[in-house]
Design a protein around this ligand. Sequence first.
Ligand SMILES: Nc1ncnc2c1ncn2[C@@H]1O[C@H](COP(=O)(O)OP(=O)(O)O)[C@@H](O)[C@H]1O
Ligand SMILES: [Mg+2]
Length: 269
Amino acid sequence: MSTGLVAPTVSAPAAARGTTPDRAVRLEGVSKVYGTGDRAQLVLDSIDMRVAPGEFVCLLGASGCGKSTLLNLVAGLDRPSAGDVTVAGGRPALMFQDHALFPWLSAGRNIELALRLAGVPREERRDRAEELLELVRLPGAHRKRVHQLSGGMRQRVALARSLAQGSGILLMDEPFAALDAITRDLLHEELSRVWRERRLTVLFVTHNVREAVRLGQRVVLLSSRPGRVAREWNVDLPFPRRIEDSGVSALATEITGHLHEEIVRHARA
Ligand SMILES: Nc1ncnc2c1ncn2[C@@H]1O[C@H](COP(=O)(O)OP(=O)(O)O)[C@@H](O)[C@H]1O
Ligand SMILES: [Mg+2]
């Protein structure tokens, strides 16, 4: 497919997209320092991390521990002070808490713009935008202006626009943090479905433990000041999952214990 919307799987299609079969994202010895001299702050310290093609990894940590910094490095928006960041198959798509849609464009036009930037020919853009709106369950929203949409609908459009960028790798920085619990739950369902249908590779940042366990195949916990990989868990729970599943809440309880330890340790440091 010329848009590249079909993301890599672990087998042949991954190679066809130019991604190596074993990893879509790799961080090796990545450190990030902000400021210089007395004001230098080590935010990330020797991070080693891999995300396999088609994998959904949640990066979890307390506020200020460096999650957004790490995601920005993977997105290529910033450079590490040390170490290497490798991303297979070009620039990944990014989605933030703030939908960042252009308010003067309709929902459909926002998506079409991303398609245009991804090199999709003009005559295909309208249909592709409609398809993407259907994928995020917003059929008929093409002409709606951003101010006419609810917060949840805006994030659906933002997800569709991210997919329109044509990358198989989606980086998400607390995209649902501003939504109410019910809307967030629906968006979790949609994201999880879209990830499986499109075989995307997702690196999802959150400070919400349940969200991480509900969505991720793997949860990586970052410590604070400096941010280091404190621990990680494989989430061997079947999909589709629900936030209230007993397996989700049991693992979330365990991980919350470790997150609290990190926060307390940091407060004492
Ligand atoms: N551009 C920047 N310049 C200086 N300090 C920054 C910059 N971006 C982030 N920081 C600092 O780095 C730390 C980690 O920030 P951030 O990555 O945003 O954390 P998180 O996303 O986990 O809440 C914070 O102490 C923050 O103040
Ligand atoms: Mg952040």
